[in-house]
Design a binder for this molecule. Structure first.
Ligand SMILES: Nc1ncnc2c1ncn2[C@@H]1O[C@H](COP(=O)(O)OP(=O)(O)OP(=O)(O)O)[C@@H](O)[C@H]1O
Ligand SMILES: [Mg+2]
Length: 254
């Protein structure tokens, strides 16, 4: 079964950035196949990685629901949906990317969802690692059928509010049908030394710090120039921090 690395944290704290840097880490340092899943309905992981997204899993679901009879004659609808899913999968040399897109609207989507979920489960088996960039809520994770996360990377900015959001997510985990095997905190846009007050709050939440990431001007520049974070230099501060984090993560989850 693939090892699942999932992101959580409040809006705008850097989940997608950290996800992109984890994908970069796999692309540069690992021979293990990675499937990156963009589970944010306002998907932008692909963009961050310099990829153009034409269609999402959500689009397939919508198209199918709009015209359930649109299955080519003689074709089984399961096979048809699977074929469409294969078209959504973006295959890269270094990793593959699946963009979930919007969640369903009104109507009963159970049948389509079942087929799409089963396909995702099968697909995941082809990869040693699965990386899930989540939206600020935990919607996607709570829907996962396999229900296991090897490490939940909780991202916070250097602010008590970000940290408290992590605290809330942490205490919510027990209510989800989700087996979270390891948890770690990433403090993004952090100064060199964390204040005692901040550390005290971290202690209270009880999630170990995996790494701190300083403000990195390269990220700003790459964002402005719409360049892929895969092309960040190896000695970029954020890259070094996430590479270091991944060494620890791999020790934790194998
Ligand atoms: N360490 C950093 N240094 C400089 N800029 C950063 C850093 N981390 C993130 N940013 C910038 O902050 C912005 C928000 O980051 P990002 O999109 O990764 O957050 P997010 O948690 O995924 O947001 P959302 O909840 O909207 O999905 C981006 O423009 C990103 O380039
Ligand atoms: Mg994001």
């Amino acid at each position: 079964m693939s090892k699942v690395i999932a992101m959580a944290g409040k809006g705008g704290v850097g989940k997608t950035t950290v996800s992109a840097l984890v994908a970069r880490h796999f692309a540069k340092n690992s021979k293990n196949p990675l499937l990156a899943v963009d589970a944010d309905p306002n998907s932008n992981l692909g963009e961050t990685l310099g990829l153009e997204i034409e269609k999402t899993v959500g689009d397939i679901r919508e198209d199918f629901m709009k015209d359930p009879q649109g299955v080519p004659s003689g074709m089984d609808k399961v096979l048809y949906l699977e074929m469409l899913m294969n078209q959504v999968l973006i295959e890269q040399q270094a990793f593959d990317l699946l963009v979930m897109g919007r969640q369903e609207g009104q109507g009963c989507y159970c049948m389509v969802n079942n087929i799409l979920n089963r396909f995702s489960d099968e697909l995941e088996k082809n990869y040693a690692y699965l990386l899930v960039d989540n939206e600020a809520g935990m919607e996607h994770l709570s829907r996962r059928t396999s229900g296991k996360v090897d490490i939940l990377v909780m991202v916070s900015d250097y602010a008590l509010r970000g940290l408290r959001a992590v605290g809330r997510i942490n205490s919510m985990l027990d209510d989800l049908k989700l087996e979270v095997r390891n948890k770690g905190l990433v403090v993004n846009r952090a100064p060199e030394t964390l204040s005692p007050r901040f550390l005290e709050e971290v202690e209270k939440i009880g999630v170990p710090i995996l790494c701190t990431i300083p403000d990195d001007n390269n990220l700003l520049e790459f964002d402005m120039e719409q360049r892929s974070l895969l092309d960040l230099p190896d000695d970029s501060d954020a890259v070094k921090a996430v590479d270091g984090m991944m060494a620890r993560v791999k020790e934790m989850i194998g």
